[in-house]
Design a protein around this ligand. Structure first.
Ligand code: MRU
Length: 368
């Protein structure tokens, strides 16, 4: 995507071979690019959310393994790098998927060939993510077009939660890919951006993406979505996901479940856009089986932003004695999901729906 007229991805290697990412902690106030110089730095970037979003976490982990291979290409180093990176964040399954892909590519090779092969595989993972998200955009576009046709002259009102935009992937985003495509086609859209407490990925990142692309949008508090849906002011909801089970249960940023409940009650279609590496074929029951990250309570007791004097920092918003509880994700049961938008097309959030689009995975499951 363009930032001030320059095309960017969220992770890339520059002309010197250095791995660079956008340090998302500073957005929307400052656009900072940093180098990830080691596997340890890649792990820190994921853990401390310089980068975030399930697909980007996977792509960063892949580059982290490649950096480890330049430091020490031994079997021990490969195992250690994968273990360190796997321990950074528990919910997004793309992390495990990317590490499995890197291990499969590197383990059979002699150590001397691993660093080059690792960077090549990491670049492939990044390129595949861009292609996958572009395809999600192609498949999601007709849904928006149909709503626009139904109400000519009125923008399609789309509500989204968290940031499942290009910053959360390598490019295009998942939930935002159909939106960018619709805008490119001249379809009028307006995006309701949930602020997404406590880290405010909606306010800081999705709003920044929408503003940068000139897409009409309004920032709302997390609790406003149900009210807007009751009043007919939301035509569809599109979110991303960090892990979707083989039967279509969806883990995503905390608060997604409440949006799905409200959408169900109000008859508003609730779509989840996802790349196939976000499907955890080993799990069925999302509520029982998906690990939910518990983050620091300080993210709840404090809010980060820019003060009137221009300084950036955190302010406490509750009594000193009050402790914050911070489950970072929740699970939306498949029955509340209207459909899943994947790179292979749209399907119901059911085992049969997913198996229909990914028969090769379903065959492996049956055999297992
Ligand atoms: O904690 P985060 O910011 O990593 O959470 C991100 C989300 O919940 C996104 O919606 C999800 O990863 C899908 S990104 C395409």
């Amino acid at each position: 995507m363009q930032v001030n007229g320059t095309p960017y991805r969220s992770i890339w290697r520059d002309g010197t071979g250095a791995v660079r990412v956008i340090d998302q902690r500073w957005l929307p106030h400052e656009f900072r690019v940093v180098e990830l110089a080691s596997c340890a730095e890649a792990a820190e970037a994921i853990r401390d959310m310089w980068v975030r979003g399930a697909p980007l976490i996977g792509a960063t982990a892949a580059h982290g393994v490649a950096l480890a291979m330049t430091e020490d290409p031994s079997d021990t180093s490969l195992a250690q790098a994968c273990a360190t990176l796997a321990a950074t964040r528990p919910t997004a399954v793309n992390l495990r998927w990317a590490l499995d892909a890197m291990r499969a590519a590197l383990a059979p090779l002699p150590p001397a060939r691993r660093a080059e092969a690792a960077f090549a595989r990491a670049a492939e993972i990044a390129d595949e993510d861009v292609a996958i998200n572009a395809a999600i955009g192609d498949h999601g576009l007709p849904l928006i077009r149909a709503l626009a046709t139904r109400n000519p002259g009125r923008p399609v009102n789309i509500l989204t939660h968290c940031n499942a935009g290009w910053l959360a992937t390598v490019d295009w985003g998942t939930a935002t890919a159909p939106i960018y495509r619709a805008v490119g086609e001249g379809i009028p859209v307006h995006v309701w951006v949930d602020e997404t407490r406590p880290r405010n990925q909606g306010a800081q990142l999705t709003a920044w993406e929408m503003a940068s692309a000139g897409i009409p949008h309004t920032l709302i508090v997390d609790n406003a979505g149900g009210h807007l849906m009751q009043r007919g002011e939301v035509d569809m909801v599109i979110t991303g996901t960090d892990r979707t089970t083989a039967r279509g249960d969806v883990a995503n940023k905390i608060g997604t479940y409440l949006k799905a409940l409200a959408a169900h009650d109000c008859g508003v279609p609730f779509y989840v856009a996802l790349p196939s590496p976000t499907i955890d074929w080993s799990l069925k029951d999302g509520l029982a089986e998906i690990p939910i990250e518990e983050r620091s309570g300080a993210e709840v007791t404090h809010v980060w932003g820019r003060a009137a004097d221009g300084t950036l920092g955190a302010v406490r918003i509750c009594p000193e004695a009050t402790r914050g509880g911070n489950p970072a994700f929740d699970v939306t049961p498949a029955r509340l999901v209207t459909a899943l938008i994947t790179e292979r097309g749209i399907c119901p959030a059911t085992p049969e729906g997913l198996a229909g689009l990914f028969p090769e995975r379903a065959a492996v499951l049956r055999a297992g």
